[in-house]
Ligand binder design. Structure first.
Ligand SMILES: [Zn+2]
Ligand SMILES: [Zn+2]
Length: 149
């Protein structure tokens, strides 16, 4: 179980009983080492950005790869990565034209890689950097130098 910031629709609180599922094909499990607080996180809390709850907030993160799912070859456990919130599919016309932000998969339906007591918990901005571990698509894990601070 890991620690994270969960917004339950009423208030945000630090919890210590989050579960994160193992990476499936094309996914990367990252131990978050640093995260920025952005106004978009606060906008979820004040309702400006409607988002289903409960949800783990945070979307500006970096950390160390803990595990990779099948088919992931560009990073390996121990690699340092920055997390992109753009979970583009890499296979559609927009992706092929180099416009990942136009990909319909870039934001998509929010996933639920987390759970608490067996109940699913949403992931904000395909990232949820306010958790000790989070699960992202391979394309979101951008390798950075080991000595990046
Ligand atoms: Zn932001
Ligand atoms: Zn695409």
């Amino acid at each position: 179980m890991v620690r994270g910031v969960v917004f339950d629709g009423e208030r945000a609180e630090v919890v210590t009983d989050l579960d994160v599922r193992d990476p499936g094909p094309g996914e990367v499990l990252v131990a978050v080492a640093a995260a920025g607080l952005c106004h978009s996180d606060l906008s979820v809390i004040d309702g400006t950005i409607p988002f289903p709850s409960p949800v783990v907030l945070g979307h500006e993160g970096a950390g160390v790869v803990e595990a990779v799912g099948s088919g992931v070859t560009h990073v390996a456990p121990g690699d340092h990565v920055a997390l992109s919130t753009i979970a583009n599919c890499g296979a559609c016309g927009e992706c092929g034209r180099g416009r990942p932000t136009m990909c319909r998969g870039a934001i998509g339906w929010p996933g639920q890689p987390f759970s608490r007591g067996g109940a699913p918990v949403y992931q904000f901005a395909a990232s949820s950097a306010f958790a000790e571990r989070t699960l992202v698509k391979a394309v979101q894990a951008v390798k950075i130098p080991d000595d990046a601070r």
